[in-house]
Design a protein around this ligand. Structure first.
Ligand code: C2E
Ligand code: SIN
Ligand code: SIN
Ligand code: FE
Ligand code: FE
Length: 412
């Protein structure tokens, strides 16, 4: 490659070009934030970091990684915290958002008192963590729009000793961030497009709210992450599949747009005939993705079609992919079972039913955590892939954190 000849394989510029390329292949905003923060931290060998996104006049804490504090299973619960910092010069991230200049701090505890901002020690005090060096960078996209702020914490020498961010980090990470900001904006737009598509379905079915689909998307991404790590899949491959899975799972019930209101919004039990009409939402949904031009289309199709199939034969619709367009499509003509059900759909089945169980419906009250887990475990091996239920129980603290982040305003 020409670039390689000019710059040498280990040149930081080349590393950034290559990483920017990888970021540009991702679609969902959460996967993009994860990748940007991971690669920036790796460049500076930084122990921790977080990303805040701009929302109105605030910075919303949107993503965090910390090698020292968040280790092992369940650590991901920390990802789903929610808090906001005003864009003002009193905090470090607010100051960087306001001035739009990267800021390097060698020791957060030795700040010049003349500076307008101070370091908020409350996180360190609660966690016992010691924040020392910081590199805080504004994320600016096209037309100088401020998208957010990234903060890297505790650069380390090769021997693991905390040290100030060096000149390479201060030069190249902001460069990478300029490109990354464009990807973040695109990711936010993708997410909004899907939520808008779901709004159409929501107009038809009041239970399919934006928060419901975001919960189901996140549950699926977390379950898949554990499933694939257990098999030793490469982190890069896991991220790519998770990215598609999160979006595809959000669309699992999009086919409900094709179901008449009188049935979908019926307050109470459905007759067998009415339920047969509801079953068509799997086929209507699959029809939206039959062009199969991308991995995302394929996975969306598999999930829409197969999320009500069951591990031991009694699910629906049991229709092969090639036949979803047949006007005389016959339900149950090709029963799907076990691993014939695509992995993405097996994961979505657990996530969707859990969310239906833990939420109110026109036909039921929400169930307690114990009751939800009891139902899932009782149906493991009959309705559900038993390994998926096992993983779900194992990461239940993360699941609850997701439920907290995308909480419903039931009254509204
Ligand atoms: P949904 O409300 O999102 O429910 C999704 C799935 O969660 C259901 O798929 C079912 O597997 C599970 N689920 C929901 N509530 C319960 C429950 O109380 N106990 C147990 N064990 N599982 C539960 P299913 O049955 O194929 O239904 C698909 C969709 O059909 C539902 O989506 C809902 O929109 C509609 N539906 C199903 N039953 C009724 C009903 O009795 N009345 C009305 N109005 N709609 C219903
Ligand atoms: C995998 O096994 O990681 C692939 C999942 C899929 O694409 O369905
Ligand atoms: C798959 O369905 O993609 C993987 C099958 C499995 O190992 O569970
Ligand atoms: Fe469904
Ligand atoms: Fe659903």
């Amino acid at each position: 490659m020409l670039e390689e000849q000019c710059l040498g394989p280990e040149s930081p510029v080349l590393k950034i070009l290559r990483t920017t390329d990888e970021v540009n292949q991702l679609k969902d905003v959460d996967t993009i934030l994860d990748k940007i923060l991971f690669e920036s931290r790796r460049f500076a060998n930084a122990d921790a970091g977080s990303i805040f996104l701009v929302e109105k006049d605030s910075l919303i804490f949107s993503f965090v990684q910390n090698e020292t504090l968040f280790k092992g299973e369940g650590a991901n619960a920390a990802l789903y915290q929610n808090f906001a910092v005003p864009i003002s010069e009193h905090s470090i991230v607010g100051y960087v958002a306001k001035t739009r200049q990267a800021l390097t701090i060698d020791d957060a505890y030795e700040l010049d008192p003349a500076l307008p901002f101070s370091f908020n020690k409350s996180f360190d005090e609660k966690s016992g963590y010691r924040t020392t060096s910081m590199l805080t960078i504004p994320l600016i996209a096209q037309e100088s729009r401020l998208v957010g702020v990234m903060q890297l914490i505790n650069a380390r020498s090769a021997a693991g000793v905390v040290e100030p961010f060096d000149v390479d980090a201060r030069t190249y990470i902001p460069l990478f961030c300029n490109n990354a900001s464009v990807a973040i904006e695109r990711g936010i737009m993708n997410r909004e497009l899907i939520l808008r598509m779901m709004k159409m379905a929501e107009l038809r079915d009041p239970t399919e709210t934006g928060t419901h689909v975001q919960r189901v998307g996140s549950y699926c991404a977390e379950i898949y992450g554990t499933w694939a790590s257990r098999r030793g899949h490469a982190a890069k491959d896991i991220k790519r599949v998770r990215d598609n899975l999160r979006l595809a799972a959000m669309l699992h019930d999009v086919g409900k747009v094709g179901i008449p209101d009188a049935i979908l919004k019926k307050p109470g039990k459905l007759t067998d005939e009415e339920f047969d009409v509801i079953k068509m939402h799997t086929i209507f949904g699959a029809r939206l993705f039959t062009n199969l031009t991308s991995d995302l289309d394929r996975m969306s199709m598999e999930i829409a079609l197969c999320h009500h199939e069951k591990w031991d034969l009694r699910g629906y619709p049991g229709v092969p992919y090639e036949e979803v367009w047949d006007p005389a499509v016959k339900m149950g003509c090709k029963p799907r079972t076990g691993e014939d059900i695509p992995l993405a759909a097996r994961i979505c089945a657990v996530a969707d039913v859990y969310d239906a169980l833990s939420s109110p419906r026109s036909y039921k009250e929400p169930f307690s955590d114990e009751k939800c887990l009891e139902i899932l475990q009782k149906d493991a091996g009959t309705h559900f892939d038993p390994e998926i239920v096992e993983i779900f129980v194992e990461i239940f603290d993360v699941i609850k954190a997701i439920r907290g982040k995308y909480a419903e305003n039931w009254a509204g």
